[in-house]
Design a protein around this ligand. Structure first.
Ligand SMILES: C[S@@+](CC[C@H](N)C(=O)[O-])C[C@H]1O[C@@H](n2cnc3c(N)ncnc32)[C@H](O)[C@@H]1O
Length: 284
């Protein structure tokens, strides 16, 4: 294991123990100087509280220093995911309607909108207020999992001048994706469906709001296993770098019923990435 990997981890551990906040030096160097498509509003006490529920690893305070750090780390997260998914996102026609499942404070939607220049897209975001975090990872999800803050989400989207967005309160939809007004051209869920909760449990609801050319992008956890309902979908599993140097890469599952839409992903795949076509899976 190299020093460049061990040192940032040791530094982060020391910071945790001494109660010191992470800083720009902890951000992956490849992301530090890239454009900040996501803009953080002023770091108020309300923002600090909303972020603390979503991302307890950060210990932010009201004020400019925490605002600048949070903006930097959120853009770092978005760049890592974007670099992995961009070949597909750039090939697909600008979507008429997208859905962000478990959007938190909407970083991905604000980022995609600017990075891809999608002007006419209607962005739908699905989450729920709550203090609860129930992360079973497999099996059925529960209704005790929501830790969002829809008022703060709205303020963040307005600050980012996302022109057409609609926020859907999961609690009013009986926590079901198929109660949303699909179909969607693009559905993404970062660190939510597929990561904290089993993707298999969401899949039939996701299918109900999809069409033949829908693209789905999901962060998956380390022990992710394919499940039978994926048999009709072409998929790619691609690794991506994370914002903090100390964090090891995670993976995205990119899925579409239309194999053609995923074709450009093969060109950027590393040895760790995997490709599956619907027919191949059916014959296993
Ligand atoms: C770790 S946060 C990720 C937020 C955001 N996607 C990001 O990457 O910054 C997980 C989000 O999923 C939401 N969530 C919880 N239960 C959910 C469910 N059953 N369906 C969809 N989202 C859920 C939480 O409220 C929270 O906002």
């Amino acid at each position: 294991m190299s020093l460049s990997f061990i040192l940032p981890r040791l530094r982060a551990e020391w910071r945790k123990r001494t109660g010191r906040e992470l800083s720009a030096a902890d951000i992956h160097p490849g992301f530090r100087d890239r454009e900040r498509h996501f803009r953080s509003p002023p770091m108020t006490a309300e923002m600090v509280a909303a972020i603390a529920r979503l991302s307890p690893q950060f210990h932010l305070e009201p004020g400019e220093s925490s605002r600048a750090f949070w903006e930097l780390t959120q853009n770092g997260s978005c760049w890592g995911e974007f670099d992995a998914a961009a070949p597909v996102l750039r090939l697909m026609p600008p979507p008429a309607r997208t859905l962000d499942i478990g959007c938190g404070l909407g970083r991905s939607t604000a980022f995609f909108r600017r990075a891809l220049g999608w002007r006419d897209t209607e962005f739908h975001l699905y989450d729920g207020d709550g203090p609860r975090v129930d992360y079973p990872r497999s099996g059925k999800r529960t209704d005790r999992s929501f830790c969002g803050d829809l008022n703060t989400l709205r303020a963040v989207l307005e600050h980012n001048e996302v022109p057409k967005f609609r926020i859907f309160d999961a609690h009013k939809l009986d926590h079901r994706l198929d109660a949303l007004p699909g179909p969607y051209d693009l559905v993404y869920s970062f660190y939510a469906a597929g990561f904290h909760w089993s993707l298999a449990d969401f899949w039939s609801e996701f299918e109900a709001i999809s069409h033949k050319r829908t693209v789905g992008i999901f962060t998956i956890h380390r022990n992710f296993e394919e499940f039978p309902a994926l048999r009709n979908w072409a998929t790619r599993i691609v690794p991506f770098d994370r914002s903090l140097i100390k964090d090891r890469p995670h993976r995205l599952l990119i899925a579409s019923r239309d194999e053609e839409l995923l074709r450009p992903c093969a060109a950027v795949e590393s040895g760790e990435a995997t490709t599956t076509r619907p027919k191949e899976r059916a014959t296993r």
